[in-house]
Design a protein around this ligand. Structure first.
Ligand code: TRP
Length: 333
């Protein structure tokens, strides 16, 4: 039997280049080899968008377009809408008994996200405890492998802890999953910040039209110590070169540009222009596929329905085993 992948995204908007190198690329590469389930985590998206639930419907569609655009093949990968698998909620509740408040409070990713969010009425329990619901996501599909970005490692660790606890306490029915990081677990934002983030406006989206990409690239941060194109510049830690390394397939051009940059014989504008050309070559086929599906929503809905039905069947089978293991599969007939 094929091993299984489970991973997912919160549908809070379209996906960007950071998602691509952090995780999407691995999913595409592995979909032939693994039985793949990709969760469109709309319930998790609600944990901090609960005041605007009306945004979810469009975002579920956008994220699915991105999946199809990057080459995830619905024949191989199942796109599963989280809210349509109510078994996930049941498993989350059972898992809550296996996690302490202290453990949740130590989760570094959640801590960081709480800091960024500035919840005025205090941190909602739903947000604070989402690692437990994510553990249910991962385990209900019996995933072996979870391709994610670096910031998700604490979630996988939490899931592994819960699995060990569950299997010891009840019966060995759950699989302890492994994380798999992307080639670039964290792509810097175009502003040179640690990562691309919608709220910071430092993203290039997979579906961006050429002029939007050009504008973002031409306004990218470079070497802050360099004032004139004739000044020797720094390549390391310079986001424009980080992007060249990741997206420019012409390695010789990249090496030449780096060399000239260090010597002060090339200006930022030329380096950015070449990056734009490379990115456009990378994004053009993605944009084309995205447009095709965007204009054929019925085809997309059908893909979502089928993927979700398959995912739900797996989840239901796992829950039978879970209830059996917990000795709560009572029957009253
Ligand atoms: N927390 C992930 C994110 O913010 C999304 C997610 C939800 C997920 N459930 C998952 C990722 C299960 C991997 C596995 O991007």
């Amino acid at each position: 039997m094929k091993k299984r992948i489970l991973t997912g995204d919160r549908p809070t908007g379209p996906l960007h280049l950071g998602h691509y190198v952090g995780s999407l690329q691995n999913r595409v590469r592995l979909q032939d080899e693994y039985d793949t389930y990709i969760l469109i985590a709309d319930i998790q998206a609600l944990t901090d968008n609960f005041e605007h639930p009306e945004t979810l419907a469009a975002n579920v569609f956008e994220v699915t377009l991105d999946y199809l655009a990057v080459g995830l093949d619905p024949e191989k990968a199942n796109f599963v809408v989280q809210s349509r698998v109510p078994e996930l909620c049941e498993l989350t509740i059972y898992f809550m008994n296996l996690v302490t408040v202290a453990t949740l409070e130590r989760n570094p990713t959640v801590k960081e996200e709480i800091k960024q969010r500035n919840f005025v009425r205090g941190v909602p329990v739903g947000f604070w405890s989402y690692p437990i619901s994510q553990a249910a996501d991962i385990t209900i599909f019996k995933a072996d492998l979870v391709p994610v970005g670096e910031d998700q490692l604490p979630m996988i660790e939490q899931a592994r802890e819960i699995v060990r606890r569950f299997n010891r306490l009840y019966d060995k029915v759950l699989i302890e999953p492994r994380a798999m990081l992307g080639s670039v677990p964290r792509l810097p934002g175009t502003d040179g910040g640690a990562k691309m983030s919608k709220s910071l406006g430092n993203c290039i989206y997979l579906g961006d039209p050429p002029d939007a990409v050009r504008k973002r690239v031409m306004s990218m941060f470079t070497d802050p110590t360099r004032i004139h194109p004739t000044d020797p510049g720094h390549v390391e830690g310079n986001p424009v070169f980080t992007y060249h390394d990741v997206f420019n397939a012409n390695k010789q051009e990249v090496e030449e540009l780096k060399d000239r940059y260090r010597k002060g014989t090339v200006g930022d504008v030329e380096v950015k222009q070449r990056l734009y050309d490379a990115l456009d070559g990378f994004l053009a086929p993605i944009r084309e596929r995205r447009d095709h599906y965007r204009h054929n929503p019925q085809q997309v809905y059908e893909i979502i329905r089928e993927g979700t039905a398959k995912g739900r069947a797996v989840a239901q089978a796992t829950m039978e085993e879970v209830r059996e293991a917990m000795k709560i599969a009572y029957r009253f007939d």
